[in-house]
Ligand binder design. Sequence first.
Ligand SMILES: *[C@@H]1O[C@H](CO)[C@@H](O)[C@H](O)[C@H]1NC(C)=O
Ligand SMILES: *[C@@H]1O[C@H](CO)[C@@H](O)[C@H](O)[C@H]1NC(C)=O
Ligand SMILES: *[C@@H]1O[C@H](CO)[C@@H](O)[C@H](O)[C@H]1NC(C)=O
Ligand SMILES: *[C@@H]1O[C@H](CO)[C@@H](O)[C@H](O)[C@H]1NC(C)=O
Ligand SMILES: *[C@@H]1O[C@H](CO)[C@@H](O)[C@H](O)[C@H]1NC(C)=O
Ligand SMILES: *[C@@H]1O[C@H](CO)[C@@H](O)[C@H](O)[C@H]1NC(C)=O
Ligand SMILES: *[C@@H]1O[C@H](CO)[C@@H](O)[C@H](O)[C@H]1NC(C)=O
Length: 479
Amino acid sequence: MYRRIFLSLSLAATALCQLDLTSCSSTDLHCIENRISASHILTELPNFVTYPIQDDPFYATPANISQAKPGQILKVEHHTNVSLYDIPPGQSLSRIMYTSVDNSGQVVPATAAILWPFTPKPFRNSDKFPLVAWAHGTSGIVRQCAVSIQRNLQYDFRAVFTLASMGYAVVLADYVGLGSDQAFNYLAFKLHANDVVYSVMAAQSAFPQLSKDWVSFGHSEGGGVAWAIGERQAIRPIPGFLGTIAAAPPPFPIANTAPVGSSVFTAFLAFTISRLNGLNLTAIFNPVPLQVLQYVQSIGGCNDAGFAAFGTFTAEDIYSNTSWPLSQEAVDFARDYSVGSRPLGGPMLIIQGSADTVVIPEGSALGFKNTCASQKNNVSIEYVSVAGQDHNPSLYASQRIWLQWIEDRFNGVKIKPGCQHNNLSSPIGNVQLAERFLVEYEKPWITIYSSTFLPESLQAGHLGFVEPNTSAPTTSRSN
Ligand SMILES: *[C@@H]1O[C@H](CO)[C@@H](O)[C@H](O)[C@H]1NC(C)=O
Ligand SMILES: *[C@@H]1O[C@H](CO)[C@@H](O)[C@H](O)[C@H]1NC(C)=O
Ligand SMILES: *[C@@H]1O[C@H](CO)[C@@H](O)[C@H](O)[C@H]1NC(C)=O
Ligand SMILES: *[C@@H]1O[C@H](CO)[C@@H](O)[C@H](O)[C@H]1NC(C)=O
Ligand SMILES: *[C@@H]1O[C@H](CO)[C@@H](O)[C@H](O)[C@H]1NC(C)=O
Ligand SMILES: *[C@@H]1O[C@H](CO)[C@@H](O)[C@H](O)[C@H]1NC(C)=O
Ligand SMILES: *[C@@H]1O[C@H](CO)[C@@H](O)[C@H](O)[C@H]1NC(C)=O
């Protein structure tokens, strides 16, 4: 159970004063914890439908998981109370708990939301709801960061509300460990790909009105997941797959280079590498930065609390060993969990803002190039570079392209063979760059990744983007 944070107006007012990201020294535990709770209260709590998540019995694992195989339904909430969510008028929501598998092949509980359009977009005389499986970006690393418990479902009109407005039913997997009572393995793309694929099977079994055909679509962390789904479909396909869209994907979740950066996302990833590959956290972190990340997790803090944990700290402030990405554990993780250079079970559209400061374009460009080269162009990949747009803004600027691509797949439009690189740019110019509106009404001045939040010097290259270091000692590459 998380330590509860109580919200009061006076506390919120005090909190606002404490959000100066330069205010604490990296050894002042008390100061940093105050800054974290201030950020959590102001920017995260208002967007949660239930806090703490344990108060919603939907997220409790039922006893009948013991007999379940992957992709089976454990619970169905047909009509979620939409007055608790900020979804658009006319749309409705369901939630399911189902089973997926973890890194050791164990059956584990997972949760997902299904966002329903007012009416389904008709395709080829079908009255089914065309299914898009959404793979979300980084939301945090504990249960509370499930997107199904966020009033705006995290991506609002950037993607999921727009898809439902067009008549698609959107299945939003939370990924095991976000929502369900499990450890979360941040950036382990192929594990999240299991969670998404099984969410499709489970949703289809619970709701026969969903189409058998489906497209996957993800952004940021979810872009890597969408890519991993394409790779999974080449070796362990489930029926109905029409293709995948990887927006702002980091094919290489960590660069095996030194020194490490100061991004809290990389620090979040260290927890996964500790769990999956045995990285010793006390040997790489300075004591207070490790304690404050543990504090973030103990209060059910997500991305914004994580940003407040590090503020403007340098890598030297955070780590006692800034070379830890060269460690055998990090090299093994990069080898086992990067995507690219493998066959794909369907066509892929890559969307990448050319000015993305969170997942920089070099990573997806390299993953694209490596995959086309290693597969001798025996794939169908279209890489669309969105000129001048940043991480989230690129989703808006390319909306017409991805909506058309999804529609073409459901219409059975012939797939273009081979690899194409296209540039999308405005013939008018002077375009808007910032994302200036929010669905999180009570979150007045910040959205995650917005260019207004982090100082510019901290924005570059938050996630690894170069290839795993092949000169570092490795064992054989596994799937
Ligand atoms: C678990 O129980 C729910 C109903 O409570 C049912 O819908 C589901 O099929 C069951 N799953 C398994 C694997 O037995
Ligand atoms: C839905 O949630 C609202 C707001 O909390 C509450 O007033 C209402 O009673 C709930 N409706 C149902 C059917 O539970
Ligand atoms: C790659 O790994 C080797 C061996 O661990 C190391 O010496 C080298 O510095 C690494 N390369 C980069 C670019 O960090
Ligand atoms: C982890 O590192 C710390 C600090 O270097 C050390 O004291 C501890 O023994 C290590 N733990 C393991 C399990 O190796
Ligand atoms: C830092 O980590 C690297 C990679 O594991 C290791 O080779 C190096 O010895 C460590 N440095 C110190 C001072 O422990
Ligand atoms: C091309 O890829 C498909 C799908 O992975 C595979 O079935 C086929 O054998 C490949 N063709 C060649 C010439 O490699
Ligand atoms: C797209 O833009 C990049 C970078 O400006 C350029 O290198 C590339 O040639 C362009 N590609 C096409 C197809 O126009």
